[in-house]
Design a protein around this ligand. Sequence first.
Ligand SMILES: [Zn+2]
Length: 197
Amino acid sequence: MFSSQEDLKNKYGLRKTSDWLNLQKGDNKVRIVSDFVDYGVHTFKDKDGKYKSVVCIGKENNCPFCANKVPVKVQFLGWVIDRKDGEVKLLKIGWTIAQKIKSLQESEDYGFEDLPPYDINIIKSGEGLNTTYTVLPARQNTSLTEEEQEKIKSKIKDPMEIIERMREKVMGSVEQPETPQFEQLVPDNDNLEDLSF
Ligand SMILES: [Zn+2]
């Protein structure tokens, strides 16, 4: 019924698990290296009671979740350098974190135009519905090294393209003759997000 995780990763051009950064409890030091693009997701409990998230393809594309009045919420997708291993990864954030980064951008001391010239630490605490996030900017601005700039150039693509591919995948399942169960629409475990945003 499902494509293998490997197939899906190839399909999305995400070859390695490490392409996604999953926020861990505690410190998550990152450097934002691209724009973040917003998109809608539906989150619901599957038959095992686990939360799942699926990209909304829009009412105009007969999104079955919109049709079933499953609430939609906004998420943002962009690229960061994970300071844990120095790799360039995709990061998905909700409104809470996005808003905190936005207030840094608009602040007198930490303001920036396109991308912050400093690292940020996204500190995750609590669990499940009680998860909270704090965003701390580094005290000092740091330039990206040549090696980092090379990695960014060779790896990142417009987050919009990735979102489009996730939508196409969901639309593929919607066009099947039988109405799919919600849990069959989930494209990839890596795309799941907890509900805390
Ligand atoms: Zn929808």
